[in-house]
Design a protein around this ligand. Sequence first.
Ligand SMILES: CC(C)(COP(=O)(O)OP(=O)(O)OC[C@H]1O[C@@H](n2cnc3c(N)ncnc32)[C@H](O)[C@@H]1O)[C@@H](O)C(=O)NCCC(=O)NCCS
Ligand SMILES: Nc1ncnc2c1ncn2[C@@H]1O[C@H](COP(=O)(O)OP(=O)(O)OP(=O)(O)O)[C@@H](O)[C@H]1O
Length: 315
Amino acid sequence: MPTIPTRAPEPRPARRSAVVGRRGAGLAAAVAALTHEALEREFLLTPKPGLVDRRNTGSHRDMDLSTFAASAAAIAPFAAPFFRLGRAAAALPAEAVLATLRPTGLEAERAMYAATGGVNTHKGSIFAFGLAAAAAGRVVGRGDALDAEAVCEDVAAIAAGLVERELGPTHEATTAGAAIHRRFGLTGARGEAASGFATVRHGSLPVLTAALDRGVGTERALHAAFLHLLEHNPDTNLVARGGPQGAAFARAAAAALRRRGGIDAPDFVAAMERLDDAFIAANLSPGGSADLLALTWFLHRLPALAADPPPRRRS
Ligand SMILES: CC(C)(COP(=O)(O)OP(=O)(O)OC[C@H]1O[C@@H](n2cnc3c(N)ncnc32)[C@H](O)[C@@H]1O)[C@@H](O)C(=O)NCCC(=O)NCCS
Ligand SMILES: Nc1ncnc2c1ncn2[C@@H]1O[C@H](COP(=O)(O)OP(=O)(O)OP(=O)(O)O)[C@@H](O)[C@H]1O
């Protein structure tokens, strides 16, 4: 069982220029290390309403920080094969790529369940990071600069039509996401991917970088990004547990926190803790926003990878 660090380290400043230096095997390993760092930053960020964090296990009874640490350690290495598959598929038409990723995605899900004793800790993250890592490989394989824009555009191309194909009226609603689409029209993880992670690219990522640029610490900047996601991401996990009313409550609570100053409010942490208690009382968990928070960090740090050595892994 991996040990849980109490705090993720401060990153070195991201280089935002078009870095295309590291194209060898080291880059696939660096993408896997960054995936691990992003997942870890998400589960350690505290407080997060309804989610597993250092304060409590949120609205969850079957997982805690050690489950998340074990899960992250088990699934992050799969980002390397996803990246390599993407790089090998750089010249393929985008619509042919998803089929090449599915076996690795399902293997990663099996590794997650093996590491957690059958608990779904990171299914949404495996999907999002699998697509993002593969798209990063395609971007590098084409010789383009590795940045969030290029990766998100390629994810949109790879995932185009996924909602119609997998959630269309002729399909049996076999998963929670499909059932929620049938009842409420939400497109969940598939819709977010097909949009090129629009909620991240045009929302939480600019919020994160704006906060960092004005000198806000990493944890608090991640909180700003998370608050944005809580207000704007149509999270199927919230709907699965609390119905549309549960999702509306979460959105309104996040908007209220923003209006009273967000991360700049003097009692921000106490307000987030009160919200955590309210989410737990209502059994709400914004798991999709947790996934997108990790992805926000990943996309923020990606441009630095091609030039820098991979982030140091903590044992
Ligand atoms: C598409 C997936 C997520 C299927 O899950 P499901 O039908 O239950 O979808 P659903 O939309 O409800 O979401 C599942 C998870 O995604 C996350 N999520 C929920 N809402 C959102 C959202 N708006 N945006 C992003 N992620 C979200 C949550 O963590 C949730 O638990 C995926 O598990 C899948 O298809 N796996 C098969 C492996 C695969 O295809 N891999 C290929 C690429 S890696
Ligand atoms: N820190 C976190 N705490 C809780 N969930 C998280 C966290 N980080 C990511 N998630 C996401 O939330 C999802 C788990 O949510 P949840 O347990 O509500 O889903 P479920 O297993 O489909 O449903 P249920 O537990 O109601 O049967 C995971 O797939 C994961 O991607």
